[in-house]
Design a protein around this ligand. Structure first.
Ligand SMILES: NC(=O)c1ccc[n+]([C@@H]2O[C@H](COP(=O)([O-])OP(=O)(O)OC[C@H]3O[C@@H](n4cnc5c(N)ncnc54)[C@H](OP(=O)(O)O)[C@@H]3O)[C@@H](O)[C@H]2O)c1
Length: 377
């Protein structure tokens, strides 16, 4: 296992951090966790050298912290730092923040949380956290020794990231990043900004939730043609760790084999070690994925709101993702939500308001019908 210094904090962490969101392949919110198996996976990772573990209040139907607490008995707690999170939905004032933190400490069976994060924030959620005094609460809890570091995890546009990062004295930030997300969310610009400020960066979705672990044919052909043979997972992690700003790469593992494989991979990574040919390979791989794009929707939302409630950018995102990563539409989280909320293309009455507003001049009406047909088999 390679260990890396966490920016201005100056402490060391394992390059591979274990994410506790996906045990048994369950999506966040699903409570079908196999406790004994999860505990043995967590301990296997720690025995292999992992020192950074990430969980959250809401993961696995709120059971993830409890299982992690049990896994960290018998001396394991002293071997790791724990990151967990405060969701905006669970707090509305000082008393509710105090109660939530007390509950999380209890579930984790510890006196102190190392990295405490405001969970999945964008500008709007950050303003909410400020309005209820969360930044001050985190500072006080640091002084009281109940948490060590004040942090946030981020999902939103780069502009929000740039603002939030410089609007408080953060100890660490967690972002979604991988070789496909260089211009998405915080992106490379955000990673580099955090690096310049000395704020350590922890990566989530390094494999895009597993989507980058199974390369479609045109991508696999590029990997196969390269003289050095590595799995898609190894290429993805190697590329991430090549960035000096990255401290820890989280990965949620469901099987002992995945833990073992990741322990092996994170023994070989390093900042700035990829030669030019390897970086070129990853650029080609990205281009090969992008060549599978169905429609050039940028998600600007100028077409929204649709008068009939169709989630146009959401449908196009799902259409592109299913094609790019060769995945099953039934497993697409965004698409499932669109259907649950009744915002599908079957609601389109072809009024054309969207096409008049689209700055890309996309043939939205026709494409929506095609997307909906393909996504529904
Ligand atoms: N704060 C937030 O808003 C937020 C959001 C997302 C995630 N997170 C955190 O970040 C962690 C990491 O994100 P993630 O779970 O999405 O990570 P990820 O590494 O992008 O995806 C994990 C998935 O990758 C596959 N995988 C991992 N290692 C593999 C290997 N060696 N070979 C083949 N497949 C492998 C598994 O997929 P299969 O299931 O297909 O086997 C696994 O479920 C989460 O666990 C969570 O703790 C936080």
């Amino acid at each position: 296992m390679k260990y890396r210094t966490m920016g201005k904090l100056g402490i060391e962490a394992s390059a591979f951090g274990l994410g506790c969101m996906r045990f048994n392949g369950a999506a966040s919110g699903d409570s079908t966790i196999d406790e004994q198996k999860a505990i043995s996976l967590i301990r296997r990772a720690i025995d292999g050298g992992v020192t950074y573990i990430d969980t959250a209040y809401v993961y696995l139907g709120k059971t993830s912290e409890t299982v992690l607490g049990k896994a960290l008995r018998d001396g394991y707690r002293d071997k790791v730092t724990i990151a967990t999170k405060m969701p905006s939905s669970a707090v509305h004032d000082r008393a509710s923040m105090e109660a939530l933190l007390a509950e999380e400490l209890g579930k984790l069976q510890t006196d102190q949380i190392d990295f405490y994060l405001m969970h999945g924030i964008n500008r709007e959620k950050w303003e909410y956290f400020k309005s209820i005094g969360a930044p001050e609460f985190f500072d006080e809890m640091k002084k009281a020794g109940k948490i060590r570091y004040k942090c946030f995890s981020f999902h939103g546009p780069y502009e929000d990231f740039e603002y939030i990062l410089q609007d408080s004295d953060w100890d660490m930030v967690q972002i979604q990043y991988n070789f496909m997300d260089v211009d998405h969310q915080a992106g490379t610009k955000g990673l580099e900004l955090a690096g310049r400020l000395g704020i350590p960066v922890v990566i989530m979705e390094g494999l895009l939730g597993g989507r980058l672990s199974k390369a479609p044919d045109n991508v696999q052909a590029l990997y196969d043609a390269f003289p050095v043979k590595r799995s898609p997972v190894e290429w993805a992690f190697r590329w991430l760790c090549n960035h000096p700003e990255v401290s820890v790469v989280l990965s949620g593992c469901n099987e002992a084999e995945q833990i073992d494989e990741n322990l092996r991979i994170f023994d070989t990574v390093g900042a700035g070690i990829m030669p030019e040919e390897e970086l070129k390979l990853m650029d080609d791989v990205r281009a090969a994925y992008l060549s599978r794009t169905k429609i050039g929707c940028t998600g600007c939302k100028y077409c929204m709101p649709c008068p009939n409630g169709v989630n146009i950018p959401g449908i196009f995102t799902a259409w592109n993702n299913v094609s790019l990563y060769n995945t099953d539409p039934a497993q697409d989280f965004g698409l499932r939500q669109i259907k649950e909320k009744g915002m599908g293309a079957d609601k389109c009455i072809q009024c054309g308001a969207c096409e008049a507003a689209c700055p890309q001049h996309l043939p939205i009406i026709e494409s929506l019908q095609q997307a909906w047909t393909e996504l529904n088999g």
